[in-house]
Design a protein around this ligand. Structure first.
Ligand SMILES: NC(=O)c1ccc[n+]([C@@H]2O[C@H](COP(=O)([O-])OP(=O)(O)OC[C@H]3O[C@@H](n4cnc5c(N)ncnc54)[C@H](OP(=O)(O)O)[C@@H]3O)[C@@H](O)[C@H]2O)c1
Length: 293
């Protein structure tokens, strides 16, 4: 066990499957206390049992949150801060990539579901945990983007289409929200400079998705996922980058970067590096989550 990670509290959303579950397992092996934040009690409980059964010097606990619901995120954050005085890393892994969505659906907060879950949820959760993160410095915020963004080289934040009011496809909404996470990470890193809290983003490549996660999809989509799986990274490989970003001591002062599965920094397209867009996105996100700008 590494003394620098022993007992460190790491919160990871969407921890009941895929990369999030694999990362939970690795972090427990490193001695961390992992809070597995999941939306479904049964799936979460099963994942917690699996993680604990794999063993390790660390510990894990399940907490429930629906990242598409601001009320749920607020309730979660107040329960979390009541239970934990320290938080060394939060990993915003949960995401909605339901490609069967044909038209935009709105959450109870009136926001398109994919944007709500994949961008506003992480934004709000970080804001609510910021005092705890600062009190725990050095600490880290880790966001999750997608290498698939490279297929959208001209994408920018569509302030007139945040809810898919002008045009919508689930795939477009997903990559738009992931681009928002990249820009949010840059702006968060800028705002947190000097606080001891860093913000970095993971550039997730093509990672194997098991059959049970895609069983509800139409046949052509399942075939596409099966084909992609032949060239896919394992969840463990990708999770190792989450684990590295959450625990590697030498990254203490590294902030505002994107890292791939080889733990190498990557650059994305030009639009992502416009500080005016970062600021505008921040202001809109604060307004939509009723938090301070
Ligand atoms: N797999 C890839 O090829 C790939 C590529 C690029 C980026 N990524 C990113 O990597 C991350 C992990 O994906 P994965 O491949 O591990 O997929 P996954 O196994 O489907 O994991 C997604 C997790 O997010 C959770 N989630 C979805 N909506 C939620 C909500 N409203 N509230 C709370 N949790 C919610 C899911 O919970 P449920 O079990 O309840 O649905 C699940 O635990 C995501 O951010 C994804 O965008 C993946």
């Amino acid at each position: 066990m590494n003394n620098s990670t022993q007992g460190k509290v790491v919160l990871i959303t969407g921890a009941n499957s895929g990369i999030g579950k694999a990362a939970s397992l690795q972090l427990v092996k490193k001695g961390c206390h992992v809070v597995m934040a999941c939306r479904n009690a049964e799936r979460g409980q099963q994942a917690l049992q699996d993680v604990l059964a794999a063993g390790g010097p660390g510990t894990a606990a399940l907490m429930l949150v629906d990242m598409s619901s601001q009320a749920s995120i607020r309730a979660f954050a107040s329960e979390f801060t009541a239970r934990h005085k320290m938080l060394q890393a939060v990993i915003h892994n949960a995401a909605n990539f339901d490609l069967t969505l044909k038209k935009p659906e709105r959450t109870a907060d009136g926001v398109e579901t994919i944007f709500a879950t994949d961008h506003l949820g992480p934004f709000l959760l970080t804001q609510l945990l910021l005092d705890t993160l600062k009190a725990s410095a050095p600490s880290r915020v880790i966001t999750v983007a997608s290498a698939g963004l490279m297929t959208y080289p001209f994408l920018d934040i569509e302030f007139d289409n945040l809810n898919g009011e002008r045009k919508f496809s689930a795939q477009h909404a997903y990559y738009h929200a992931k681009l928002a996470q990249v820009m949010y990470t840059f702006e968060l890193a800028r705002r947190l400079a000097g606080t001891g809290v860093t913000a970095n983003c993971v550039w997730v490549g093509n990672v194997a998705i098991p059959d049970e996660r895609i069983a509800h999809l139409p046949g052509w989509m399942r075939r596409l996922y099966s084909m992609k799986r032949k060239f896919a990274l394992t969840t463990e490989t990708m999770a190792a980058t989450y684990t590295w970003l959450a625990t590697e001591p030498s990254l203490k002062d590294v902030s505002g970067q994107i890292f791939n599965e080889k733990n190498r920094p990557v650059k994305t397209y030009k639009n992502a590096y416009n500080p005016q867009t970062w600021e505008r996105l921040w202001a809109v996100s604060a307004e939509l989550t009723k938090t301070q700008n």
